[in-house]
Design a protein around this ligand. Structure first.
Ligand SMILES: Nc1ncnc2c1ncn2[C@@H]1O[C@H](COP(=O)(O)OP(=O)(O)OP(=O)(O)O)[C@@H](O)[C@H]1O
Ligand SMILES: CCCC(=O)O
Length: 363
């Protein structure tokens, strides 16, 4: 009998919903929300009823029956640091998903919504590879200021799914591959993945290359001066770094297709910034070759910007001396969620327990 799985992926102004019968994606919808309506909520957690109604309406319109579900899976957000994998949503996780600390992420709602739909039907709710996955080697946490260690926040769901895809293509086990993964989306995660773990990475919100909408690493002294200039609130500075930085900051757009259009029309500034982003991505990739001591099976380039073969070529010409570059354009987070749930439903993997993972890390 096929497993039927509902996957829910809440983004900042969209909610993606998909229905799977085993690996077959029966349907997928992405509902765009009115940014003003979203902004009218006090917190991510307070959007719960609004997003739940959205999900239930899509399911009804598609003519699917919630009663046939085997499990519900949601994208998980900012939790305490935990290893990657498929987690059962339990009371402790729910409490942490709702608290929105140290800051909020729309994907926190994924686990909350999955639990709400699943618990009424006595079926399991899961999250898979949330942004809080932390598998860093201790040496990678050291930054230069003891009170500011590197935190692991990454596009873990797509990074892990891409490693699994590459493992199939290369005929190896996913947890035996040594790869560098660059997820090039609105934010950019570059990571060294070895032995099944993300042992070193840039943290998509704080370090590394600038991205379509984020600043990446910036001159620390000048940033301090900006913070104390009296011109900006903390919220405004945060917005500059995540949302209005990178391509958005330099060119007023975070859409790489628009940047390409301007370049084709002869815009030299757009060309310079576009090439600079490729250089920064290449330098970040090369730094993880050092983490892996040069033992790299492949460099995997994924995310929306990987659709752009010119951009990938600019990166490739600077890093192909390290290892072959494989391109996996876009992402299929909905499939990655469903496959994470399927591995547990089929008994191929034990579901992880959030509280146990935190305790193990603290011990
Ligand atoms: N065909 C394409 N050619 C060039 N760039 C593209 C193409 N398709 C998407 N992009 C770019 O990819 C970026 C968005 O990537 P993606 O959809 O992976 O990000 P997201 O899901 O919004 O954010 P994140 O990956 O940080 O969660 C945008 O800059 C967009 O312009
Ligand atoms: C913080 C990394 C993940 C994301 O940007 O959504």
């Amino acid at each position: 009998m096929a497993f039927q799985i509902l996957a829910i992926n809440p983004g900042s102004i969209s909610t993606k919903v998909a229905w799977f019968k085993d690996e077959e994606k029966v349907w997928q919808e992405s509902i765009s929300h009115d940014p003003e309506e979203i902004a009218s909520f006090q917190s991510v957690a307070s959007q719960y009823e609004y997003r739940l109604t959205t999900v239930l309406k899509v399911v009804e319109e598609k003519g699917s029956s919630l009663e046939e579900l085997s499990a519900v899976v949601g994208r998980g957000g900012i939790l305490d640091p935990i290893p990657g994998g498929t987690y059962k949503v339990d009371d402790l996780m729910l409490e942490h998903l709702r608290r929105g600390k140290p800051w909020e992420h729309a994907s926190n709602l994924g686990g909350i919504l999955a639990h709400s739909i699943a618990s009424e039907r006595g079926i399991p709710a899961f999250i898979v590879d949330p942004v809080a996955v932390d598998e860093l080697d201790d040496i990678s946490r050291i930054t230069g200021l003891p009170e500011l260690p590197k935190r692991s926040l990454a596009h873990a769901l797509n990074v892990k799914a891409t490693v699994r895809k590459a493992a199939k293509d290369l005929g190896k086990k996913w947890d035996e591959l040594d790869v560098i993964v660059a997820h090039l989306g609105g934010g950019i995660t570059v990571c060294a993945h070895t032995g099944g773990r993300m042992v070193d990475l840039n943290n998509a919100n704080e370090f590394g290359p600038f991205s379509p909408e984020r600043a990446g690493g910036v001159p620390a002294g000048d940033l301090v001066r900006l913070c104390f200039s009296g011109e900006y609130t903390m919220q405004e500075i945060r917005r500059k770094l995540v949302g209005s930085g990178g391509l958005m900051g330099y060119l007023g757009t975070s859409d790489v297709r628009e940047v390409k259009k301007r370049i084709a029309e002869g815009d030299q500034k757009a060309l310079l910034v576009y090439r600079a982003m490729a250089l920064q991505v290449a330098k970040e990739i090369a730094s993880y070759a050092a983490t892996l001591k040069g033992k790299v099976d492949a460099i995997l380039i994924t995310g929306g910007v990987a659709h752009d073969s010119d951009f990938v070529a600019l990166v490739q010409e600077r890093v192909q001396w390290i290892a072959p570059v494989l391109r996996y354009p876009g992402e299929d987070e909905m499939r990655a969620l469903a496959e994470g749930a399927l591995r547990v439903l089929r008994g191929e993997e034990e579901p992880r327990i959030y509280g146990d993972s935190i305790k193990r890390r603290e011990a």
